[in-house]
Design a protein around this ligand. Structure first.
Ligand code: F6R
Length: 603
């Protein structure tokens, strides 16, 4: 989704902002632009639809070094089509703005401003906020005051950067949307962005302002970044953190795509994750939150929701605590029954997914304790939950989530064990290391999976099936495939096939059938049913199962019998590789699939 970056410094503001925007490309966007202050004390605007390179090319004539303040944006269209005019920043009366999010009362505000004679160039809701700032600035002494007045008039979740021609200053503010500021321990460059990753290697201290805190970045003040409440008084509502991320860790290295790199990172991550939590002596959330929950509402979106479905199996099996797993977009609007003694567990890689955040807020308002299973430390979800379990996946750049899913499930597994107070010395290390070894072994068989992918990638459609703990893996396999290969794929509980989807089966349909230890015979019967209708069978099943192999068109035998409850994660890596190679044969943009965004910060 949209990304924002701002810089104030003695020079090179545009280059710093463009560098930040490059880092945010992975989030998905359709146009990009910058607004900057040049020596002549006027604001310049440059924006282009399409790839960031279009913007970079158009900046060739600009004296980049002599820019002292700049705001930049990568847009993911919500209001108005993709074109240069609708791209951000927007500029009027020497005030420039960039915006992430949605202004829900934009239509009403726009007609009010129009009736006062204001003209709009774009179709965006963002320009409405610019209009409000322009109007307010006619009656206020400072830009900060004008922003405060304008911000109080808008509804919905948004983050803004605003600058004007007279000061080398950026004003930043947000409600329910990500925004950070950054400074250097040595140096006078100051930054702001929607994602701390944009600032890796540039800022070493990151500030996370809370909602409705006005951040003023100005290299002439001390401190360089100041925080205010909307009434103008100083604010302490921000969190400060050292930036630990290393730029090298976020590069593709020898891999052709980030997705492939991230799939390959999984064994090492699993090993270090086990070691990390073992060193901490496990996780003891029940004591931290002070309750043994009567019921857990597990709420998430997309891949994280699939992880929730796997975690439900652990918690219900080991802890005998009922779990209600729901998609956040449904949960937040259906008036869920939330009772005393229940717990909200929110799973999110980014910690910024709008629906998940709203669901968490709903639980908190209803008096429930909330825990996150989250990757980004300091994200909004992390800050809003009572307790957090970090999945420690490192930065995930590929839009299609892979390693985060694995780490989310493992974190849920530890959570379930923590509720049982079960953390014998070294036990998890052995179990997790075995899983890591098996994933290594399947990664070493990538060529075999690539070969299968080459034979099936152009078939009409794909149905992933599984039972029990493999059902969420079937759902995840189908999601991954449709996201990156742009083919129609469905995940089904194997036993459900005959209740409808079997009508789709013919010689052009592929059934990727996961056969686990549980309900083996029944799952094999489901495969027979597809076979009888001439469907193409790709089976992921136990190693050395000759009859199953015989029945299948393609067979991927796995040694998972001793992996117990973690076996679904092993199988899932096969699906990740299958999707990756099928997408590669189709020639799609694997790391940045069309229409998708890494972090879905709007509804
Ligand atoms: C799929 C994928 C998405 C995300 C979903 C939630 O590959 O990445 O389905 O899982 O948008 O995102 P987070 O986990 O950031 O809340």
């Amino acid at each position: 989704m949209c990304g924002i970056v701002g810089h104030v410094g003695l020079k090179n503001s545009v280059s710093n902002v463009v560098e930040g925007l490059k880092r945010l490309e992975y989030r998905g966007y359709d146009s990009a632009g910058v607004c900057f202050k040049s020596k002549k004390s006027e604001l310049k605007l440059c924006k282009k639809s399409g790839k960031l390179q279009n913007l970079i090319d158009s900046l060739e004539e600009v004296d980049l070094e002599n820019s002292h303040a700049c705001i930049g944006h990568t847009r993911w269209a919500t209001h108005g089509e993709v074109n240069d005019t609708n791209a951000h920043p927007h500029l009027a009366e020497n005030i420039g703005i960039v915006h992430n999010g949605i202004i829900e009362n934009a239509t009403k505000l726009k007609s009010e401003l129009k009736s006062e004679g204001m003209k709009f160039l774009s179709e965006t809701d963002s320009e409405v906020f610019l209009g409000l700032v322009v109007r307010a600035f006619k009656t206020t002494k400072t830009l900060q005051e004008a922003v405060s007045i304008a911000f109080k008039q808008i509804e919905g979740n948004s983050a803004f950067l605003i600058m004007d021609k007279d000061r080398e200053e950026i004003v930043a503010i947000k409600r329910g949307a990500p925004l950070v500021c950054g400074s250097q321990s040595h140096g006078s460059d100051i930054f702001t962005s929607s994602d701390p990753y944009a600032l890796v290697g540039m800022a070493d201290t990151i500030y996370f302002p809370e909602d409705e805190v006005i951040c003023v970045l100005d290299i002439k003040t001390d401190p360089l970044i100041q925080f205010f409440e909307l009434d103008g008084s100083y604010s302490k509502r921000f969190l400060m953190q050292e930036q630990e991320m290393n730029l090298e860790l976020s590069e593709k290295g020898e891999f052709e795509h980030y997705m492939l790199k991230e799939i390959h990172e999984q064994p090492a991550l699993i090993r270090s994750f086990a070691q990390y939590y073992s060193n901490l002596g496990g996780i003891s959330f029940h004591s931290l939150t002070g309750i043994e929950p009567k019921l857990i509402h597990v709420v998430a979106c997309g891949t994280a929701w699939h992880a929730g479905l796997v975690i439900k199996n652990f918690v219900e099996k080991f802890n005998k605590i009922p779990c209600n797993v729901e998609q956040a977009s449904e949960f937040r609007y259906r008036n869920p029954l939330l009772l005393e003694g229940e717990l909200g567990l929110f799973i999110s890689q980014s910690g910024e997914t709008a629906d998940t955040l709203a669901a968490q807020e709903l639980c908190t308002k209803s008096g429930l304790k909330t825990i996150s299973v989250v990757n980004v430390e300091g994200s909004t979800l992390y800050r809003n939950c009572d307790e957090n379990m970090l999945i420690r996946a490192g930065i995930e750049i590929g839009v299609a989530s892979t390693k985060a899913f694995t780490q989310q499930v493992l974190t849920g597994y530890l959570y379930s064990s923590a509720l049982l107070k079960k953390f014998e010395d070294g036990y998890y290390i052995k179990e997790f290391n075995l899983l890591a070894d098996r994933i290594d072994s399947i990664l070493n068989r990538s060529e075999e999976i690539e070969e299968i992918a080459s034979e099936i990638y152009n078939k009409k459609g794909f149905i992933f099936t599984g039972r029990g703990s493999y059902f969420p893996i079937a759902l995840e396999g189908a999601l991954k495939l449709k996201e990156i290969a742009y083919v129609h794929a469905e995940g089904y509980a194997a036993g459900e096939l005959k209740h409808g989807p079997i009508a789709l089966i013919d010689e052009e349909m592929v059934n990727i059938a996961i056969v686990g230890k549980e309900l083996y015979d029944k799952t094999v019967s489901n495969i027979q049913e597809v076979k009888a209708r001439r469907g193409i069978i790709v089976t992921i099943g136990p190693e050395g199962d000759a009859s199953l192999e015989e029945m299948s068109d393609y067979y991927i035998g796995l040694n998972y019998t001793d992996l117990g409850d973690l076996a679904p994660l092993y199988v899932n890596v096969v699906n990740q590789l299958l999707s990756y190679y099928m997408a590669k044969f189709k020639g799609t943009d694997i790391d940045k699939p069309r229409n998708l965004a890494k972090s879905v910060t709007v509804e």
